[in-house]
Design a protein around this ligand. Sequence first.
Ligand code: CTP
Ligand code: MG
Length: 171
Amino acid sequence: MVSILDIALFILPAYIANSSPVVLGGGTPLDLGKNFSDGRRILDNGKTIRGFVLGTLAGTLVGILIHTYYVSPFFTNQQTAYAGSFLLAFGTLLGDALGSFIKRRAGVEHGKPFLLDTFLFVVVALVLVYPLTIPGMLEVWILALVVGVTLILHPTFNIIANKLGLKKVAH
Ligand code: CTP
Ligand code: MG
């Protein structure tokens, strides 16, 4: 039986990867300040190289720590779990950047609320990690639960980050 704790520990690398750039990010933007063909920035200054790299690293490291001390029902062995943690973290930053790209094309400014922002990262993370998980283990209800909980948790953390003054742009 898969428990809620199993699911929480499985997805934690994605959440760490998504939240850590708020404090670890900054510096050169991923799009190098360039505009897209529509005249708007490709991604804008909210997506930085440092945030992408350190967010991926932080999520992966947390995953490695988790899977060193705990046996996950979603992976066949420790090595796969480590690789899975990387894919969850990397997929998160990839989905986050993709969300920004779509947001800019929709004409929504950097830092302004956008529904895709709240869950696209976890969808891309799940798509990347899926092939590494044991077939049949990541059932539909688990995927739906993770996306649903993310939809609720993301705005909650945004409010906390804003209150703590961690975010330069209000959401
Ligand atoms: N961040 C970063 N590098 C990334 C992702 C995030 O440096 N690859 C940092 C930025 O300081 C960013 C903050 O984390 O402002 C919050 O991230 P997010 O809410 O995803 O970005 P937004 O500021 O909302 O920008 P966008 O509108 O493009 O989503
Ligand atoms: Mg955002």
